[in-house]
Design a protein. Structure first.
Length: 256
């Protein structure tokens, strides 16, 4: 087993049934990276809880997972922009009733907002981006902590970005939200370390061929970008048993 300090999820070679018996919840599982990671988790025999705002898109991912004939999927429709306390409570209650615990929580859903100078940034849009990307992740983590504490070896994995580790002009609310996610991950990791078997880390997927990337770089050559399917192995590593004891760290899914 790799020592926690030397752990790099990019070195991980996927193993069959790597997530067997694990219950893993993924936000933004309807498309892009979240969909690809959900399929990879199910292929690794996890029970996957798909969270997203579009019932139709979630149904499609559910059908794709069923066709794999490996792990099972269930759907929890939740619009992170509109959800209120009762919606979060219902999700946590349903999860505890069905599975009795949660072994992995991937915060993947996010919105880009707009690219603009701080001087020109629309303040209501700033608040929306912060709400979906940070406040919703905070609230979901809080409500799911009791289920995570029922696991013998749980993971919380937050999704970051290169602009959440070093600020860059025009990235506005999105960059601020990803810095906040790095902070939330560090605070939670520190709170849980030593007293629970819950590891908490962040992952930066790197440039990946999705709708969000297209919105940020409309004229980019898509063929040069990694596909969501090609970057799932580091996610499996950080959601699975091989990352036991690795906590409070910030990782990249790609070699930059
Ligand atoms: P994407 O294709 O736009 O997917 C984003 C996901 O979040 C979708 O499933 C989307 O649902 C969901 N979502 C958005 N708003 C939501 C809401 N209000 N309630 C529930 N779900 C909501 O983006 P992506 O590129 O896969 O991004 C995934 C993660 O990686 C994000 O955290 C992003 O910041 C991060 N990231 C991406 C890149 C990249 O190059 N792609 C680079 C660095 C970091 P719908 O399907 O309904 O739209």
């Amino acid at each position: 087993m790799t020592a926690p300090d030397a752990f790099d999820p990019r070195d991980y070679q996927p193993k069959p049934r790597a997530l067997e018996g694990r219950v893993i919840l993924i936000t933004g599982a309807s498309s892009g990276i979240g969909r690809a990671v959900a399929l990879a988790c199910a292929a690794a025999h996890a029970n996957v809880v798909l969270v997203g705002r579009s019932a139709k898109k979630l149904d499609n991912v559910h059908a794709e997972i069923s066709a794999l004939g490996a792990g099972e999927a269930s759907i929890a429709q939740l619009d992170l922009e509109r959800a209120v306390a009762k919606d979060y409570d219902q999700l946590a209650d349903a999860l505890l009733t069905r599975f009795g615990r949660l072994d992995g929580l991937l915060h993947n859903a996010a919105i880009l907002g707009t690219l603009s100078t701080v001087g020109d940034y629309d303040v209501p849009l700033f608040a929306r981006v912060m709400h979906v990307n940070v406040t919703a992740a905070f609230a979901l983590t809080q409500v799911l902590l009791p289920a995570l504490k029922q696991s013998a070896d749980a993971r919380v994995l937050f999704t970051s970005s290169s602009v959440g580790r070093r600020g860059r002009a025009y990235w506005g609310a999105y960059a601020v939200s990803k810095f906040a996610i790095e902070g939330l991950s560090q605070v939670l990791a520190h709170e849980l370390e030593g007293t629970t078997p819950i590891s908490v880390n962040t992952i930066n997927p790197g440039a990946t061929r999705t709708a969000m990337r297209r919105a940020a770089y409309p004229s980019e050559d898509l063929a040069r970008l990694a596909t969501p399917e090609s970057i799932t192995a580091p996610y499996i590593a950080l959601l699975g048993p091989v990352s036991r004891g690795v906590t409070g760290r910030a990782f990249d899914a790609q070699r930059l």
